[in-house]
Ligand binder design. Structure first.
Ligand code: CTP
Length: 414
């Protein structure tokens, strides 16, 4: 009888902490809850059936719900970057000690089993006043927190970063803390930030702290690079990039498409000054820096592949209605849409975001997207079997297929 079984949490001092408490106070829905257990030992937890997450890490999974229960702990850094933390747990560590080691005041509240909010660092007030503020000097112990801060700024765009928090982040960057961040953590935070409602703010805050120049110098150097005003009333390439990102979020674009937006103009950062504000050939010039960013941050291959295509061919898409049918089919072939039809949509969304990510031009239509979708559909509908049945072989089939696709696209434009 399950009714008689002892609840593994019975008699433990347990508090809900972290993101779900913040979300509850803000009236937002949230995901999995995290819990802190005060005054319990690892042995007690295991005797109750909790499964340890790692060998030395004081975190356990509930035997039934799988939710995370961490022993209240303090942390001390023992090295640079994300590695090297020494944890201290024990009966002397209070709930408040555990909350004090957390990143932001809005994330340092707890909720008792009776539903009371425990808020020793003013998280509720900061939510009311819309401020992202670090809890204590312990913020410095983990440079990932700079990225988290920027990510929360992207999620909560009406929040501002407290002056002292910004100053602390700048100090951390100046001391080289960000140099030691591992690629996986950067990508993890950045990919989440890209999917937030206002991804541009992530990069704005990183830029204000100086961390963007360290993590993504290829993007940082776009700020201050002018473009031709006729096409880019916003002029600055960095500002344009952030406007494109915002458009990609408005279009509900996928992660791959949003990342492609971020890096689509990296080539412009390499244009010699004497050629400013023009950037002829920036699409091809972007291939090297885009590849370098992807390699350094270990960007997943589907994001890298799309980013390279958007970087190289966004101007082709913008000119789609003027291109000869042969060029349109070549573009579709380069995108490999005949074998990977799922690539077309994110490519076109990124191009549309680029088209609209310009000051005063945010609402202009992008008929090129519809045209390229129709061109792709009609070209894809041509069946190679007809050529095989006619007795064609190998390259002759490919040539006939290409020609038939060109004809089909030409019909569209008539
Ligand atoms: N935390 C921290 N420093 C970090 C990571 C996490 O202080 N580098 C603390 C924060 O109190 C945070 C909690 O651990 O609220 C849980 O972390 P996590 O689940 O990663 O994030 P959430 O704050 O829940 O945010 P999200 O909604 O993005 O998951």
């Amino acid at each position: 009888m399950t009714g008689n079984r002892r609840d593994p949490t019975d008699g433990l001092a347990i508090y809900r902490v972290g993101g779900t408490v913040r979300d509850e106070v803000m009236g937002r829905s949230s995901k999995d809850a995290d819990f802190v257990v005060v005054d319990a030992s690892p042995e007690q937890m295991q005797a109750r059936g909790f499964r340890p997450v790692g060998r030395d890490f004081p975190v356990f999974l509930h035997p039934e719900s799988g939710e995370e229960y961490a022993l209240a702990r303090t942390e001390r850094k023992s090295g640079h970057g994300y590695h090297g933390f020494v944890f201290h747990t024990g009966p002397d560590v209070t709930l408040e000690d555990d909350l004090a080691r957390r990143d932001l005041t809005i994330n340092a509240m707890a909720c008792s089993p009776r539903g009371e909010i425990i808020d020793p660092f003013g998280g509720r007030e900061d939510i009311e006043r819309r401020i992202l503020r670090h809890v204590s000097p312990a913020f410095r112990e983990d440079p990932v927190r700079i990225l988290r801060l920027a990510r929360f700024a992207a999620r909560f765009p009406d929040f501002r970063v407290a002056r002292k928090t910004l100053a602390l982040c700048r100090e951390m960057v100046a001391e080289g803390e960000v140099d030691h961040l591992v690629a996986e953590r950067v990508w993890q935070e950045m990919s989440q930030a890209l999917m937030e409602k206002h991804p541009a703010r992530f990069f704005e805050v990183l830029r204000e702290t100086g961390a963007l120049a360290v993590i993504l110098p290829e993007v940082d150097r776009l700020f201050g690079v002018p473009q031709v005003e006729q096409y880019h009333p916003e002029i600055d390439t960095g500002i344009h990039t952030l406007m494109v990102l915002e458009q990609s979020a408005r279009l509900n674009a996928s992660l791959a498409a949003r990342f492609a937006c971020l890096v689509h103009d990296l080539g412009k950062g390499l244009t010699p000054r004497e050629r400013w504000p023009r950037h002829i050939g920036h699409e091809k010039a972007g291939i090297v820096p885009i590849s370098e960013v992807c390699e350094r941050l270990r960007v997943p291959s589907h994001c890298r592949d799309l980013a390279l295509l958007v970087g190289e061919f966004h101007l082709h898409a913008h000119r789609a209605l003027e291109l000869r049918p042969g060029k349109v089919v070549k573009l579709l072939e380069r995108l490999d849409v005949f074998r990977r039809p799922e690539r077309l949509e994110p490519f076109l969304l990124a191009c549309e975001a680029d088209w609209r990510g310009r000051k005063g031009l945010e609402a202009r239509p992008y008929p090129e997207r519809d045209f390229l979708e129709r061109a792709s559909a009609t070209a894809t509908s041509i069946d190679a079997r007809a050529f095989v049945d006619r007795g064609l072989k190998g390259p002759a089939i490919a040539a006939a297929l290409h020609e038939a696709r060109v004809q089909a696209v030409a019909e569209l434009s008539r």
